[in-house]
Structures are given as C-alpha cells and as structure tokens.
Design a protein around this ligand. Structure first.
Ligand code: PLP
Length: 398
C-alpha cells in the first residue's frame, strides 16, 4: 500500500538531513511551521489546557462528548439545512478515522465503491484493505474537473456499496456543481446507494464563501448520507486528531451501518477528550481565524495561478476552495523534457531545487501527468518557489 503524499516526504526528509533547503508544498498541514505561517488560535489552545487542568484527562464517551455532539448537530443543521439530533453525530479521530469506519462497516470482499478520480489516496487504501474494489469516477479536467455524469452512471453496478463525494475536492480544489449533485442524487436514489460526503474543506472557499451549501441541502431528499467533517483544517488543529461523522438517514435505512460504526467506536475507546472540550469553545466563537485564513489563502491562490501562467507547458484549473493546485504538465503529454513520467519530474524537481510536491499519478489514473502543490506558504516563499521552478524548467526544457 503506498501513499504518495507521505512517500515523497521520506525522500525530502533525507535531502533535508543532508542540509538541502526544502520547500514543503506536499502536505496539507496549515499549522506545520515547515509548511505555512498559520497557527492554532490561542483561545483554542487555552481551552484545551483548561480542559486538561479541569481534569478531563480520563477516557470519554465512545461516541463523543455530549455537549459537542449537540453543538455539531446544530451547526450542521444550520449550515446544510438538515435535521440532525446529537445522536446522529459520532466523534472520530479525524476524518481519516471516519473513512476507515465507513469502509469497515460497508465493504465486504468483492464489493465496489465509487470514488472520485483524481482520488484522495486513503479512499483507495481503506477500500482495498477491506477487500473491496474502489472504482474511480472521472472528474473531467476539460470541464473544470466536474464529474463526468455518463462515466459515473456507467460505473454503478449491483456491487456498488456507496458513492463517495469530496467537494471541495482534494486534489483539484474544485466544488462539484449543482447539476451534478442533483444527477448523482437521483442515480443514488434510483439504485438505493448511500452517499458518503467528505466535507473537510467546506469552510475553505474563495469566491463562493458565504453562499455555498453542501450536497445534502441541494438534494433535499431522503437519501441516506454519511457526512464527514472535522477540525483539522478549518480550525487549524491537524495534530489534535478531531473529526466527526453525521448520519442523515430520515428513513432509518442505515440503522445497522450506524450501529456497526458505533460498535467500532467503542472498540477504540474514545477520541481525544481535552481536544473535544476545546472544540466546544471553538464552536461558540465567531470563527474569525477561519475567515482570516481564507482571505490569506485566496491571495496566495491567485498569486500561484498568475505565476503558473508564465509557463506555456503547464495549465491549471482554478480551485474554488481547499488549498491545493493540481496543474497539468502538458509537456509530458507532448514528450518534451527528459522525464518519463510525472513521478520522475517531481523527484527531479525535488532533488534539484528542494521544492517538494506530490506526483499526480499518486492520485490515481486521472492524476497522471499532473502534480499537486499546496498554496499554504506565504507569498514571499511562493515567490522563491516559482522563481526556482521557472529556472528549473528553463534548464531542463531548453
Ligand atoms: C479530502 C480529505 N479528507 C480527509 C482528510 C483527513 O483529515 P483529518 O485530519 O481530519 O483526518 C484530508 C487531509 O488532508 C483530506 O484532504
């Protein structure tokens, strides 16, 4: 099992140990000081310390701290027009654990799951781990990475256990459009397949900030949906490992799945307890930190897009949200340059310049001949990166 995002870091770390300056554009961690200048807000850190001092250091309820479950239900209902109750919320160790739980509860040997391609690699790894077959539905770069509905429909089979949506998407940064969501909702209802919606970037949006509602509220039907979200990105606390899942299931079709997932949650005891108390505090505040982060990221995105336009062998769809760019290396298609594929390109770039990105093929067949970079660093750093990048391309392509 491989995970390109972290596998590339092994090589970068080795180079760093030998003294090379590394630009960490490979990993979506806004509070890693090697990556970015964002920080976990002080008041959240203080809330965590206060919870620990108050004595919340013992194991907690396996489903999560009740007050936090209540707050999450209210927020999801407000944001997405749902009618969740606290019992529909389960706290997890990040969205990562939620993906694991979903795969464990829904996949049996030989089952299929539909995931977007280019694909966030853990969707594939967990499906494989449980003996399932992940099938990628195509996000079409020529249509701004919108899902291709015909391709999607052709990949639904009797074995399809769930359909995974990730919007804003990693690695493309794109929001699925309303038409697709409606069509996918109709197909899912026709075939009685639950949707699993990874919404971890739903608070990190640019032009559509303030106007975006996630899939569920657009669908407005009784389709069972497992939503996944968390505190890592929007609340700048990746290392605290705090996420949650919600079960939107008006007709009780997923009762058994929910029970299996709750049983799994009991086996792993509980989620970080002081962090849950800090999260309660976060949810009581107006979330200024997210707003400030989005404003900065927006400028950084625009800067990167402008700089990428300098290179005629590269094209890039402008992301609506998250903090990733997924440019296409057109010169690889044209067989220009010394590299046989995107992985060789990314490794050569890393060794020569210290710029660490992730090769597109690490995101599956639809990621071939691309790379993924974050735009988390400040503009001064991005400027250095693009200057080095430009010089590298000039040298190699001339
Ligand atoms: C699409 C997506 N889902 C889930 C995760 C994992 O998030 P967490 O830190 O909540 O486990 C990430 C992290 O990069 C992600 O990009």
């Amino acid at each position: 099992m491989s995970y390109a995002i972290r596998d590339i870091a092994v090589i970068g770390d080795e180079l760093a140990r030998k003294g090379k300056k590394i630009y960490y554009l490979n990993i979506g961690d806004p509070v890693n000081p090697e990556v970015s200048d964002f920080k976990t807000p002080d008041y959240i850190i203080e809330a965590l310390a206060k919870a620990a001092k108050k004595g919340y250091n013992m194991y907690g309820n396996s489903l999560g701290v009740q007050e936090l479950r209540e707050k999450i239900a209210i927020e999801e209902n407000h944001r997405n027009g749902l009618s969740l109750v606290p019992d529909d919320i389960l706290l997890t160790s990040g969205v990562s654990e939620a993906i694991f739980f979903v795969a464990a509860a829904l996949i049996e040997e030989g089952d299929e799951v539909l995931v977007p391609g280019p694909v966030y690699p853990p969707y594939i790894s967990y499906a494989n781990f449980f003996g399932g077959k992940p099938v990628e539905y195509k996000l079409d770069e020529t249509k701004d990475w919108q899902p291709d509905i015909d391709d999607f429909a052709s990949k639904i089979t009797k074995k399809t256990q769930f359909i995974l949506l990730c919007s804003p998407n990693n690695p493309t940064g794109v929001l699925y459009n309303e038409q697709f969501i409606k069509e996918i909702g109709k197909l899912a209802a026709d075939y009685n397949i639950p949707l699993v919606s990874d919404e971890i970037y739903d608070q990190i949006l640019f032009e559509k900030y303030n106007s975006y509602k996630c899939h569920v509220s657009i669908l407005k039907n009784d389709l069972p949906i497992i939503g996944m979200n968390g505190f890592s990105k929007a609340h700048l606390s990746t290392g605290w490992r705090l996420g949650y899942m919600y079960f939107h299931d008006p007709q009780g079709k997923m009762k058994q799945v929910k029970q299996s997932i709750e049983a799994l949650a009991r086996i792993r005891l509980c989620v970080n307890v002081p962090a849950q108390y800090a999260a309660i505090k976060t949810m009581e505040q107006p979330k200024e930190h997210t707003k400030i982060m989005v404003e900065k990221l927006w400028k950084r995105r625009d800067y990167c897009i402008k700089r990428l336009q300098e290179f005629d062998g590269i094209s890039c769809v402008v992301p609506d949200g998250a903090f990733y760019l997924f440019p296409k290396l057109k010169f690889l298609d044209q067989k220009r340059g010394p590299w046989k594929d995107d992985k060789e390109f990314v490794l050569d770039l890393l060794k020569e310049t210290g710029i660490m990105m992730v090769y597109g093929s690490g995101f599956g067949q639809y990621g071939v001949n691309h790379f993924r970079m974050t735009f988390l660093p400040p503009i001064e750093v991005l400027e250095e990166v693009f200057n080095l990048f430009g010089a590298f391309l000039k040298k190699r392509l001339s």
